[in-house]
Design a protein around this ligand. Structure first.
Ligand code: G1P
Length: 286
């Protein structure tokens, strides 16, 4: 059973300045919940009980957010607002350990994942990139964990993207495909359209076997002096089977402003208490 999740959250969030100046990008809300909490809830739903944030010194509000706040809880209860207590201190956080590792310098996603090694050691684990938000019957993490249970291998969440957008993602070269399970034969990080091996991109959910740490240490820095996670997986593919499955559901790239607004509208429309009002607002605007 996979119990540990790594969430890299050390990035500067440049695209969201000035909002991300004093508030980490991951703490910006989609409706009433910080973006990062969606990924944390997805992980907990799939049985994760240890969440390791790879973070920076500037982002201690993330740590405050996942800690129980007794003071505000008492104030809420005193003023008769008991029904807000669950929102403040969710029960599902109670049996989860949150750990924080400071990534001293921005050396890429691969370096961020490597920082978690001391807490993971020799077991399989998941990585969630909180920028990717999903709406689906079975969570995205559930879909890849199920495949990991069958294969005991590294499994990566995938989705097909427009060729025009392929340069924004890691892109795989599919090998044998059986019952929607794709054995990955190669991958490349953010290729030019003409060099992309397929239109199948890597999304922000991964299950890793612990050997990934060995490959993260071997991998060479890229031209921007970063350790790319994709390049470490590429090395892993040379020694082990690595699989992927095409995610079934909706995906929002909240790392971009359009994706963030899209997710906000989609979740507002999904919320029964707001649905009609939001529809009316949209109709009026249009
Ligand atoms: C990262 C990965 C990339 C992947 C993407 C998914 O890129 O490096 O392979 O496709 O996440 O969101 P980033 O979005 O951090 O630039």
């Amino acid at each position: 059973m996979i119990k540990k999740a790594v969430l890299p959250v050390a990035g500067l969030g440049t695209r969201f300045l000035p909002a991300s100046k004093a508030t980490p990008k991951e703490m910006l809300p989609i409706i009433d919940k910080p973006l990062v909490q969606y990924a944390v809830e997805e992980a907990i739903k799939e049985g994760i009980n240890e969440i390791i944030f790879i973070t920076s010194n500037e982002k201690n509000s993330i740590e405050r957010h996942f800690k129980k706040n007794k003071k505000i809880e008492t104030r809420l209860i005193r003023s008769g607002k008991n029904n807000f207590v669950e929102k403040l201190n969710p029960k599902i956080f109670e049996n989860v350990t949150f750990k924080y590792v400071i990534q001293k310098s921005q050396k890429g996603l691969g370096d961020a994942v490597l920082q978690a090694e001391k807490y993971i050691k020799n077991e399989s684990f998941v990585v969630l990139l909180p920028d990717d938000l999903f709406i689906s019957k079975k969570t995205c993490l559930n879909q890849i964990i199920s495949l990991n249970k069958k294969t005991d291998s590294t499994v990566i969440g995938l989705n097909k993207v427009d060729k025009a957008k392929i340069h924004k993602y890691g892109v795989i070269k599919p090998g044998i495909v059986k019952n929607k399970i794709i054995q990955i034969s190669d991958m490349v990080e953010k290729p030019l359209i003409k060099n992309a091996p397929s239109d199948i991109a890597i999304l922000g959910r991964y299950v890793f076997t612990p050997s990934i740490f060995k490959y993260l240490k071997k991998v060479k820095r890229d031209s921007s002096n970063e350790i790319q996670l994709t390049n470490a997986i590429k090395l892993q593919i040379e020694h082990e089977e690595v699989f992927g499955c095409i995610y079934n559901g909706q995906k929002f790239d909240c790392g971009s402003k359009e994706g963030f607004v899209h997710a906000t509208i989609a979740l507002a429309l999904k919320d029964k208490t707001m649905n009609r009002k939001i529809k009316k607002i949209i109709r009026d605007i249009i």
